[in-house]
Design a protein around this ligand. Structure first.
Ligand SMILES: [Zn+2]
Length: 71
């Protein structure tokens, strides 16, 4: 979905990209690693405008490495 720019469910190309954001106190579209939400990994969400299907991606390579180290 991120790479094809197409919805895998309905083949629509109308996708919304919602960037991961830390909105404070551990809230937002993030994965907490470590003690503080400050270094949490941000998760980008892709949503199909047509059918509402959504997919989540961690777009930063460094963040994936940090997750790997933690889990
Ligand atoms: Zn769709």
């Amino acid at each position: 979905m991120k790479n094809t720019r197409l919805c895998p469910k309905c083949n629509s190309n109308k996708l919304l990209r919602i960037p991961g954001k830390h909105t404070g106190y551990g809230a937002g579209n993030i994965i907490i690693i470590g003690w503080s939400a400050l270094n949490a990994v941000k998760v980008t969400r892709f949503v199909c405008e047509q059918c509402g299907y959504s997919e989540e991606w961690i777009e930063n390579e460094e963040d994936i490495k940090r997750l790997k180290a933690k889990y």
